[in-house]
Design a protein. Structure first.
Lengths: 153, 735
């Protein structure tokens, strides 16, 4: 996985905010996740990746940001279930964009949405995990990408 | 059970037939009895008529005999009378005999009387008596008849007298016969007779019917025999079939056992891709699905293959079913020989497996009707191969790394790793910083500052690698620096511009970790070998052991000087009398090392001239770096002087570059002293090198020294420059 691939995932995320929320998100400085880092906020969605590449992409956001996003889009009843749905939707958009860009050799799983802090999420050890802060209206969420090339790819 | 049913089914119509026959026989018996009764009554009447005739016969005899006598007397012919007598004689004879032996009797009028004996004792007796009366008379009458017209009056009289004599008895017999006939009739008409007739009728009917029944039974028997033969044959066939079925069942059981236990997915698909009824249990485990019969094989593949691989497989199966294509050729291009498949994990993501598919055609009448498929879960094999492959690559790399550190003291390698890890972590910390996350336009300068921090860290790693002659890491760090430099030259920066930085950081971190792994293993080897110091004892560049133990840092610096000198064609030696890093606080020692490395590299890159140039300006061919301990005159801080006898800092060039880079204005440049101008080399990003090399040109390094010594540790830096002759740096650290 090179810089181009990472950018595809980032683009998917910014597309969501730019096109769906109609208010662009800023990309913070990416950094490498250390073993003891635990980047998990209130709502998280995990997408499994397989095929030519293997690993997972993880989007996590604070409740306050998701609520703000929902209200921004005209829905005032931003309950927990809706917040979880929104995070899943963001993950879906990221996955869809990656699928479009990376082609038929790329398999993406249905996002698994986690509400609350599950403690920790396991990432594949044979690939580095890149943490990309996504800032929208002053709130920070994170996109974590841990994807390596598949053996038979 | 079936035979019994068949028999019952066969007997049922017979029973109904017999019942019908009984009924008909009863009707027939009654009808027959009525008929008999009628005939009995008729015959009874005829017998009684006969009895009456008997009575009249006697009168006739007397009348005829009297008439003959009269005619004789009168001389009248007797011929007609004889004729009638003869007829009556015959009638009498028939009639009387009929009462003994039943016989029809034709009367004179032509009426036929069916006379039968009156079978009572009396009837039988009188019938015999009547015959006995008649027989002598008949003789006499016959003689009279024989006499014809010449009648003998004596004979006539005798006959006449005989007839008259028995006339009364004949009349009595006639009455007796009538009376006995009534008795006999009553006996015959009695009930048992009816029943007998009914029975007889019944038996007759049954007998008559029995014939076809017997015939039928015969037929049935024959049929039964045939049936039994057929049954026997059927039984034999059934036994054969049962045996065959048992064998088939046994074969199926064996087949099922094979299908249950075989460690490979086996299946057949038709031209539409539909899976047949028989497949191995393993297939369900492999595909993580149950009841696969009837499923479409392609639909299953579509779930677990990438779209690209699925399309390829679909086309491939199309080729397999194309009878015109040669199987051998098709099998050679099996796209599923080894394929990665992915099952959705309910807990998120995928479960990845590696499967190996084999295909064989099933051809019937020249047409490919089905394809036999074998599927094996080869995950373990592929994983092992992958691990072996990765292990090989890793080993190759580790071997290179190992070769690269064999010449280095283990402690130095460890220090390099620790420093590198620290620098890499600092990069992460810097990039992760909250106030650095948003890369808005106003924060570009902030981004640049942090970029510089990243650069310093990488530069430090590179310097340490060069010092230890870790060429691989030196190269990696240099490439890393190139990426950072590309960003430095951009007019604006955004967050995702740093992706290349973290990618390079990731690679470098991975390499450092590998080096750490090797170091660890090597350490174990050394401990195990019990000769840990021999290989790495102090030695000079040529591997010759030195007489006295020299400071490891100085040994490293000397090596660094030699390396760079060889690369650049310069000739330099390093002297370090009385200097030892041990004289500094232990937590400053790495910093002292980093500073000395940086200063050495700077001198080698910027200060020292080539030997020919040095000779030209009257210097010795070989340049000299001198390191010696000293104390800061004002602050009293402990430190050291680093002096090189090269051309020193090119103040003119510093001035020009500083103005060009906007660090100072031309006016500032005019009024600044040489020492002040020299201090500009500690400005981040400043460099006087004309081109970038691995040794210099990034404009980084001196600013790190300033930041570390002054900003972080509270130390001092002094610079003394005599352009063209020497340059001396003083580095002082708190005690």
């Amino acid at each position: 996985m090179d810089e181009t691939h990472l950018k595809i995932f980032i683009k998917g995320t910014t597309n969501y905010f730019g096109q769906v929320a109609r208010d662009a998100a800023e990309i913070g400085t990416p950094y490498l996740k250390e073993d003891n880092d635990n980047v998990i906020l209130d709502y998280s969605a995990v997408i499994g990746i397989s095929g030519s590449y293997r690993g997972c992409v993880y989007y996590t956001a604070p409740k306050e940001m998701i609520r703000k996003l929902i209200i921004h889009m005209g829905e005032h009843n931003a309950d927990d279930a809706l917040c979880a749905d929104f995070v899943g939707e963001i993950a879906n958009t990221i996955a869809g964009n990656a699928q479009e860009e990376l082609g038929a050799g790329f398999m993406i799983s249905v996002p698994i949405v986690l509400a609350g802090n599950p403690g920790s999420v396991r990432f594949p050890k044979d690939a580095p995990t890149f943490v990309i802060p996504i800032i929208w209206q002053g709130s920070k969420s994170y996109l974590l990408i841990c994807v390596g090339e598949s053996v038979t790819a | 059970m079936n035979k019994k049913s068949s028999l019952l089914n066969l007997l049922k119509p017979i029973g109904w037939g017999l019942l019908a026959v009984s009924f008909l026989a009863s009707l027939y018996g009654i009808f027959h009895y009525s008929n008999i009764l009628r005939r009995e009554l008729e015959q009874h009447g005829e017998v009684r008529t006969g009895a009456v005739l008997v009575r009249t016969m006697d009168a006739r005899w007397i009348a005829f005999l009297g008439s003959i006598e009269i005619a004789r007397r009168d001389g009248q012919p007797v011929g007609d009378i004889l004729k009638d007598l003869k007829a009556y004689s015959s009638l009498t004879n028939d009639l009387f005999k009929a009462y003994i032996i039943a016989a029809p009797v034709k009367t004179i009028t032509g009426r036929i009387l069916n006379i039968r004996p009156v079978n009572t004792p009396v009837g039988m007796s009188v019938a015999q008596e009547l015959q006995s009366i008649w027989s002598p008379l008949e003789v006499k009458i016959q003689a009279i008849i024989q006499n014809g017209e010449n009648q003998n009056p004596e004979q006539l009289a005798e006959a006449f007298a005989y007839a008259q004599k028995h006339s009364k008895r004949v009349i009595e017999i006639s009455d007796i016969l009538s009376g006995e006939e009534n008795i006999y009739r009553d006996q015959r008409m009695a009930g048992p007779i009816i029943l007998r007739y009914i029975l007889v009728s019944y038996l007759t009917a049954v007998s008559v019917l029995l014939i076809p029944i017997i015939l039928l039974m015969g037929r049935i028997r024959k049929s039964n025999t045939a049936l039994e033969e057929s049954a026997a044959l059927l039984s034999q066939k059934n036994a054969q079939l049962a045996e065959d079925a048992r064998k088939i069942e046994e074969a199926k059981r064996e087949s099922d056992v094979i299908m249950e236990t075989v460690q490979e997915g086996l299946l057949l698909i038709d031209v539409k891709g539909v899976i047949g009824a028989q497949y191995s249990r393993e297939l369900e485990r492999i595909f993580r699905m149950e009841n696969l019969a009837g499923f479409n094989f392609l639909n299953i593949l579509q779930r677990i293959l990438t779209e690209k691989m699925y399309n390829t497989t679909r086309d491939y199966l199309g080729l397999l079913f194309d009878s015109k294509r040669k199987e051998k050729q098709i099998l050679k291009v099996n796209p599923l020989d080894v394929v990665e498949v992915n099952f959705s994990n309910p807990e998120g993501g995928f479960i990845t497996k590696y499967l190996g598919f084999t295909f064989r055609r099933v051809v019937e009448a020249g047409v490919v009707t089905r394809v036999f498929i074998g599927v094996g879960d080869i995950t373990s094999r592929v994983t092992l191969e992958r691990e072996l492959r990765q292990s090989e690559l890793k080993k190759e790399k580790q071997f290179d790394l190992l070769l690269g550190i064999l010449h280095i003291e283990p402690k130095q390698v460890q220090e390099f790793i620790e420093t590198a890890k620290k620098d890499l972590l600092e990069i992460t910390t810097t990039l992760r910083a909250e106030d650095f996350a948003a890369a808005s336009a106003g924060k570009i300068d902030e981004l640049r500052d942090r970029l510089n921090v990243v650069f310093r860290c990488v530069h430090n790693i590179k310097g340490n690698a060069a010092y230890l002659k870790l060429v691989y890491f030196q190269k990696m760090a240099d490439e890393f620096e190139s990426k950072i430099n590309q960003l430095r030259n951009r007019p604006s920066l955004t967050g995702d511009d740093f992706l290349s930085i973290v990618m390079a950081q990731s690679d470098l971190r991975n390499d450092v970790e590998e080096l750490d792994e090797i170091r660890s293993k090597l350490g174990e080897l050394r401990i195990g070998g019990g000769n840990s110091t021999e290989l790495f004892k102090n030695s000079d560049r040529n591997g010759n052991a030195t007489q006295t133990r020299e400071d490891e840092l100085i040994v490293g610096l000397r090596g660094l000087v030699t390396d760079i000198a060889q690369k650049t064609g310069k000739s330099v030696r390093l002297e370090a009398k009385d200097f030892t890093a041990e004289s500094f606080r232990s937590d400053y020692r790495p910093l002292v090392r980093d500073v000395l490395i940086q200063l050495t590299r700077n001198s080698m890159a910027h200060s020292f001239e080539l030997p020919a140039e040095r000779t030209k300006v009257g210097k010795g061919r070989e340049g000299v770096i001198e390191i010696r301990p000293t104390k800061h005159e004002e602050s009293g801080l402990n430190g050291f002087l680093f002096r090189d006898d090269g051309k020193g800092i090119d103040i003119i060039k510093v001035r020009e570059r500083a103005i060009a880079q906007g660090l100072i204005t031309p006016e500032d440049a005019q009024r600044m002293a040489e020492t002040e101008l020299a201090m500009l080399i500690f400005t981040p990003g400043f460099s006087t090198a004309d081109e970038v090399t691995t040794e210099a040109g990034r404009g980084m390094g001196m600013d790190i020294i300033k930041e570390k010594i002054i900003d972080e540790c509270g130390g001092e830096i002094t610079v003394s420059v005599e352009p063209g002759k020497h340059c001396t740096f003083g580095i002082f650290l708190p005690n």
